[in-house]
Design a protein around this ligand. Structure first.
Ligand SMILES: C[S@@+](CC[C@H](N)C(=O)[O-])C[C@H]1O[C@@H](n2cnc3c(N)ncnc32)[C@H](O)[C@@H]1O
Length: 212
């Protein structure tokens, strides 16, 4: 997601450090206490925050963390999230490359990859959030039988991801090549997803289970 630099973004992120956690490694092993929850979901690449904000509003007993590396985009998400005060969500405005230093082994219940950047050129495939290098980090951080829920409009990214998960020992629990053919009120629709749906594009979705 590209966005022009916003002069207010950086000061806003720093002023709201109770919500945008500046040193996430300090919370490693304590996220559930911080968010007052028993279940922890993490969205990596949350963009403007539509998905994790809606999902954390639907069920306040579940904790949600939105991770976004673009600090201008993260500031937009944080501003939106802070319109409603709730203790079950927060953000990390950093590159998920470092995710393994922010959480303790087995601390996360579910990771969401919602409409991740496809990085279509092969030379950039290591940047895809479903590349094997990322999957190995996620495996450590997820609990045994924890899940990754992936949704995308991009067929190429979906096919790549199915192979990566399979080659790295993940179990495929569920798959759909037209997820929105049926109603799914339990699953939020981000602005991004709505745009693809309005164009009539199928939404691909898969759930992978982490087996340690
Ligand atoms: C296409 S947007 C998806 C937004 C959102 N998930 C949604 O469903 O509306 C993908 C976002 O992932 C972010 N991103 C990509 N790689 C990342 C990384 N390594 N760490 C954190 N964020 C990342 C991008 O900056 C971009 O804002």
């Amino acid at each position: 997601m590209r966005m022009r630099k916003k002069s207010w973004a950086e000061p806003f992120l720093m002023e709201n450090d109770h919500f945008v956690i500046q040193e996430p490694q300090n919370n490693s092993g304590h996220w559930k206490e911080v968010l007052k929850c028993d279940t922890l979901h993490v969205e990596i690449g949350c963009g403007k925050g539509d998905y994790f904000i809606q999902m954390s509003t639907m069920d306040p007993s579940v904790g949600w963390i939105g991770i976004e590396k673009d600090r201008n985009v993260a500031a937009v998400a944080a501003k939106k999230a802070l319109e409603v005060t709730t203790s079950n969500r927060c953000m990390i405005a950093l590159d998920a490359e470092q995710i393994d230093s922010w959480f303790k082994e087995g601390e996360i219940d579910t990771i969401h990859l919602n409409f991740s950047d496809p990085w279509p050129k092969s030379g950039y495939k290591k940047r895809r959030l479903s590349h094997g290098n990322f999957l190995n980090k996620y495996k450590t951080l997820l609990k045994d039988h924890g899940q990754i829920v992936m949704k995308t409009d991009n067929q190429g990214l979906f096919e790549f991801s199915l192979v990566e998960f399979s080659q790295n020992g993940w179990l495929l629990e569920d798959v759909s090549v037209d997820f929105r053919r049926n109603e799914h009120p339990e699953d939020a629709i981000s602005e991004y997803e709505a745009k693809f749906m309005s164009l009539g594009q199928p939404i691909y979705r898969a759930i992978f289970v982490c087996k340690k």
